[in-house]
Design a protein around this ligand. Structure first.
Ligand SMILES: [Zn+2]
Length: 403
């Protein structure tokens, strides 16, 4: 065999030494084969992180040797949170809008335009700094995978720029040119859809994995949303939909019909919507930070779960309607306000988010998974809901590296 055809030796995935994290009081693996219940819970557990992967999971007493040992001190460990829905490429401040809303004014989709004006006026460095600051803030709180979107540019140049900025900080980037019709197209929404599905898509598709649309009164109707999603899909982008947030509407049915990865919000659902989600691959992603921040009724997670739908929890972090980056806060809301059990809420914030991003390498602590692990200053993951607002994250590893 000529030397040129001999395969090169496999490079190690990382120079990081193998680390044994041991004396974990309670470990949620999200693998029922590894432990008890859907969370695959293991007591007195240990995990070996090798390079960027999980190499071993089991009882601490059975753990193999490693280069380094980290004593978890009996704390609980959970997979890194997977936040599958955020809007971090923005500029400007909407504190006063929040203050006014909390003084009685209802939330309407048009508030997005305030952020659009500020984002267009911002320099690239400012946008990078904003995304970097929020992703770091999320990571410190245990979020190891974060999706983020464009949608505050709404011109060809500003949407493409938003996606380039997003892609510098995360792999999960979504083209949301169809967030709202910008003021300059107010009298010609069809012309704006032509832009979103034409020149804007051409400029944006290379920088994104997903295509999204805000299917809502005051934003885009069912036909417009279908045009946006099918055009994106034809360019290789996988659909996800802002669906049924403020009213009943066609968003969920469209998401299921187009095999979207996720229908996000799902606050106002008919029985047919619930049925459609339960019988599809489309994940129902619930964003209770939005209902909290707009004093709106919460989605009925119990109804979706009892029907058999896959449910994810995300922050919807954005400056207008849900300015939180805390997945722990969303878990607490889901348990208190949406009738999810603490176990279901943790699953949805980790494995559920991974499903909404069609990822199998994250959202679980199993051999071969990416080494994303969060240690809690608590004996159990239940404390995420039991102790709302308390900063319980003690330590985070992302891709095998301590944060
Ligand atoms: Zn959103």
């Amino acid at each position: 065999m000529p030397a040129a055809s001999v395969p090169a030796p496999t490079a190690p995935h990382s120079a990081a030494p193998a680390t044994l994290v041991t004396n974990i009081g309670s470990l949620a693996t999200n693998d029922p084969a590894l432990g008890e219940g859907p969370l695959g819970l293991l007591a007195d557990a240990a995990v070996v992180l090798d390079g960027d992967r999980v190499a071993w999971v089991g009882r601490a007493a059975d753990a193999p040797a490693a280069d380094a040992v980290h004593d978890a001190g009996g704390r609980a460990a959970v997979p890194g949170f997977v936040d599958s829905h955020s809007h971090l490429v923005f500029a400007g401040d909407r504190t006063e809008e929040f203050r006014a809303r909390m003084s009685g004014r209802p939330y309407a989709a048009g508030g997005i335009r305030t952020t659009v004006a500020a984002t267009r006026a911002a320099g690239d460095e400012q946008l990078h700094a904003t995304v970097a600051r929020h992703t770091a803030e999320a990571l410190r709180q245990g979020t190891t995978v974060l999706e983020t979107k464009s949608g505050y540019g709404l011109t060809v140049e500003d949407e493409a720029r938003s996606l380039r900025v997003a892609a510098a900080h995360t792999d999960e980037v979504t083209y949301l040119g169809a967030h709202v019709v910008p003021p300059e197209y107010e009298d010609d929404p069809a012309g704006y859809v032509d832009l979103v599905t034409g020149p804007m898509l051409d400029a944006c598709a290379p920088h994104a994995r997903w295509v999204d649309v805000f299917c809502e009164r005051g934003a885009f109707d069912g036909d417009q949303a279908r045009a946006v999603l099918t055009a994106g899909a034809a360019r290789g982008l996988v659909p996800r939909v802002h669906a049924n947030q403020l009213h009943h509407g066609p968003g969920v049915q469209l998401a299921v019909e187009l095999e979207a990865a996720s229908a996000d919000h799902c606050t106002h659902l008919t029985d047919a919507d619930v049925d459609a989600l339960a019988n599809s691959r489309t994940v129902a992603t619930l964003l209770p930070g939005a209902e909290f921040s707009t004093r709106s009724p919460y989605p009925d997670a119990r109804r979706l779960l009892d029907a058999g739908a896959t449910v994810a929890l995300s922050t919807d972090c954005n400056p207008g309607s849900s300015y939180t980056s805390s997945m722990a806060f969303c878990i607490a809301l889901a348990v208190r306000e949406m009738r999810m059990t603490p176990d279901e809420a943790l699953w949805s914030a980790t494995a559920g988010g991974a499903a909404a991003l069609r990822r199998t390498d994250v959202g679980r602590i199993t051999p071969g998974a990416r080494a994303d692990l969060v240690l809690l200053d608590a004996p159990s993951h239940v404390h995420l809901a039991y102790r709302p607002g308390v900063p319980l994250v003690h330590g985070v590893w992302r891709a095998g590296r301590p944060v």
